[in-house]
Design a protein around this ligand. Structure first.
Ligand code: SAH
Length: 198
């Protein structure tokens, strides 16, 4: 079985968005942080042999990690065809199905959802759509958000009959990928909420 550090190295090879789309809030998750989250999910028994949905898969960092950690099947759901084409190139595994769709339209039942949704800074409530979808299709959800939105996450989790099992906190480096970013890399306080059905 692959080690956590090998996983991080493999994930660092993922090629990034060539021209990220602002409206879709396309940011790639840093490979070390993605490895940390995936490793935790693996230890919780939510990856190996499981059916996973990677909602807003982008260039496929979480899907690739799930392939390497021997998931049974992965659905990489992404509405941007350019990102999905990159994900296909990055992954190349027959256990990964690439679904070109809005997450709203995806209705397969899965064991685990892993997602780094748009934070809703460009499109209001974009993360709400992702959370509601994930609560409808899985009993276990790994979802990345800004720490500043903790109260919103807490409330919606409760409203949909889920509970917060754990929050993995980290500083998410945002590379300067858009003209409106003034610093070369900014770090935002973020976390991965591990949510489970009650
Ligand atoms: N999961 C990747 C990408 C995160 S960025 C990573 O962690 O690196 C969020 C992604 O969600 C972008 O690729 C964006 O195109 C996609 N996205 C945004 N809104 C979406 C929607 N409604 N349905 C499907 N994908 C969406």
């Amino acid at each position: 079985m692959i080690s956590k550090s090998q996983l991080a190295i493999e994930l660092s090879r993922i090629s990034s968005f060539s021209q990220p789309k602002i409206k879709l809030e396309q940011y790639i998750t840093d490979s070390e942080i993605a490895a940390e989250i995936l490793w935790q999910a693996y230890l919780e028994g939510d990856v190996h042999g499981k059916v996973i949905a990677d909602l807003g898969a982008g260039t496929g960092v979480f899907s690739l990690g799930c392939v390497l950690l021997k998931a049974k099947r992965i659905y990489a759901v992404e509405k941007d065809g350019d990102a999905l084409a990159l994900a296909k190139n990055n992954i190349n595994s027959r256990i990964c199905s690439f679904v070109h769709a809005d997450v709203k339209e995806f209705n397969k039942k899965v064991d685990t959802v892993i997602q780094n949704p748009p934070y809703g800074t460009r499109k209001r409530h974009a993360d709400r759509e992702f959370l509601i979808k994930s609560f409808g299709i899985a009993d276990k959800v790994y979802s990345i958000h800004k720490i500043s939105t903790a109260r919103f996450i807490e409330k919606i989790t409760k409203d949909y009959g889920f509970r917060i099992k754990k929050i993995l906190k980290f500083k998410l480096p945002l590379k300067k990928s858009y003209p409106f970013h003034t610093k070369k890399t900014a770090k935002i306080e973020a976390g991965c909420w591990i949510l489970e059905k009650q």
